[in-house]
Design a protein around this ligand. Structure first.
Ligand SMILES: [Zn+2]
Length: 358
C-alpha cells in the first residue's frame, strides 16, 4: 500500500517513459502498454468473498514480474454523474449517491452499501472509461478493476452497483469516438446487466453450416443462443447452471456445462469469436476477463486451469490484434479457494496482453 499509482507524476519521474510518451504524442511506434489502477477504487466491503484487496496484490505481482514498471500504471479520475446517466436511470443514480435504496435493493447488491462504496464505483467506472480511451489510442489497455457486468440500468446486483463497461462504451459513443463496440464476457457468470442494457433483436441460428468442421464440433455440447443486435454486440461464455438464473439474451450466449475443461472451453471460445466476427465489426472490443472459470473457484463450476485461462486471454488478445480491433480489458470476478490463485490469474491477463501487444 502507499505505492504511487502512476499518472502524470510517475511519467515525469521515469525518463524512459517520458521518451515513450513523446512517441505516443506523434502517433509513432508504441512501446509497451499501460495499466489503469487506483487505490481509490478499493471497495470498502470488509471481509467478503469478493476480495477487494486483490487489485493492489495484482499490481504488486505485475511490478514484481518485471514486465511492468511503476510508470506503466496510470490513475483515473472518477466518472461524473452525466456519464452514469448514459446507462443508468436518474432514480438509480440518485439512490447510489444518497443511499436511499430500499432494503431489498441493498440486499440484491450482496455487498454492504455505503456512500464510500458508491464513490469507489465511480473510480472503477472512470478507470474503465480511461482504459477504453487508451485502447483506442494505443491498441490495448488493461484496467486492474472493473467488469461489473451484473449492474442493470435501474438496479445493482451480484456485487455490482454500476455497469462500468456499458458506461465506458456509451461515453465513447457520446463523444463521437466510436459507433460500434463488442463486449466479450468470459466471466463464469453470464453478463446479465450488460445484455439487458444493450438489448438484442431476433435470434439467429448459431453455429452456421459454413464453419469448418473443427469449429462446429467442440468435443462436448454447450447450449448456444444468439440474437441480432444494434450498435453493441454482446458475447458471453459462462456456466449455464449458475447465477444469474434469469439470463437476458446476449447477442451470443454460450451456456457451458458444469466442469468444462480447458480444451472444451477454448474450442467454444474460438467458435464464439468466429461467430461474432462474422456478424459484427467493432471499433472497440471490451474484454471482461473473469478469473472465476477457474476449477478451484468457490462461486464457479467450470474446470479451467490457470494455464488454460492464460491461453484464453492470449486467444482473445490475438483475435483483437489480428483483426485490428482495439481492446480494453476489465478483470471482473475471481473467488479462488487460494486468494493467491485469483491474483495470479488476473495478473496473467495483463501479462498475456503484454505478450501479444508488446
Ligand atoms: Zn463472476
Amino acid at each position: 500500500m502507499g505505492h504511487p499509482a502512476g499518472g502524470r507524476s510517475a511519467l515525469q519521474s521515469c525518463n524512459p517513459c517520458r521518451v515513450r510518451q513523446g512517441k505516443r504524442d506523434r502517433f509513432a511506434m508504441r512501446l509497451g502498454m499501460r495499466l489503469v489502477y487506483t487505490e481509490k477504487a478499493k471497495l470498502p466491503i470488509g471481509e467478503h468473498i469478493f476480495q477487494a484487496s486483490k487489485y493492489a496484490a495484482i499490481r504488486d505481482q505485475l511490478l514484481e514480474s518485471g514486465a511492468f514498471r511503476a510508470c506503466d500504471f496510470v490513475a483515473p479520475e472518477p466518472c461524473r454523474d452525466e456519464d452514469l446517466l448514459l446507462v443508468h436511470t436518474k432514480l438509480w443514480v440518485t439512490k447510489l449517491k444518497t443511499g436511499t435504496m430500499s432494503t431489498r435493493e441493498e440486499l440484491e447488491l450482496e455487498v454492504p452499501y455505503s456512500k464510500e462504496l458508491a464513490e469507489a464505483f465511480c473510480y472503477m467506472t472512470g478507470g474503465s472509461m480511461m482504459a477504453a480511451r487508451l485502447a483506442l489510442e494505443e491498441g490495448c489497455c488493461v484496467h486492474l478493476g472493473g467488469g461489473f457486468h451484473h449492474a442493470f440500468a435501474d438496479h445493482g446486483e451480484g456485487f455490482c452497483l454500476v455497469n462500468d463497461v456499458a458506461v465506458a462504451i456509451r461515453a465513447l459513443q457520446r463523444d463521437g469516438r466510436i459507433a460500434r463496440a463488442m463486449v466479450l464476457d468470459c466471466d463464469v457468470h453470464q453478463g446479465n446487466g450488460t445484455a439487458a442494457i444493450f438489448g438484442t433483436g431476433d435470434p439467429e441460428p448459431f453455429p452456421r453450416a459454413s464453419w469448418s468442421a473443427s469449429l462446429l464440433a467442440p468435443s462436448r455440447a454447450a447450449h448456444v443462443k444468439t440474437s441480432a443486435t444494434r450498435d453493441v454486440f454482446t458475447v458471453s461464455l459462462h456456466q449455464e447452471s449458475n447465477y444469474p438464473y434469469w439470463k437476458p439474451p446476449s447477442s451470443i450466449d454460450v451456456n457451458l456445462p458444469d466442469g468444462t475443461s480447458d480444451g472444451e472451453y477454448l474450442e467454444w471460445l474460438e467458435t464464439a469469436l468466429r461467430g461474432a466476427q462474422e456478424r459484427f465489426q467493432p471499433e472497440l472490443v471490451c474484454y471482461i476477463a473473469g478469473a472465476d472459470p477457474y476449477a478451484e473457484d468457490q462461486l464457479g463450476g467450470l474446470g479451467l486451469s490457470i494455464e488454460g485461462l492464460k491461453e484464453r486471454d492470449r486467444r482473445v488478445f490475438r483475435f483483437a490484434r489480428d483483426n485490428g480491433f482495439p481492446v480494453m480489458t476489465t478483470l471482473a470476478g475471481g473467488y479462488a479457494r487460494q486468494p493467491a490463485d485469483t491474483v495470479t490469474i488476473h495478473a496473467n491477463t495483463a501479462l498475456a496482453a503484454r505478450e501479444v501487444f508488446g
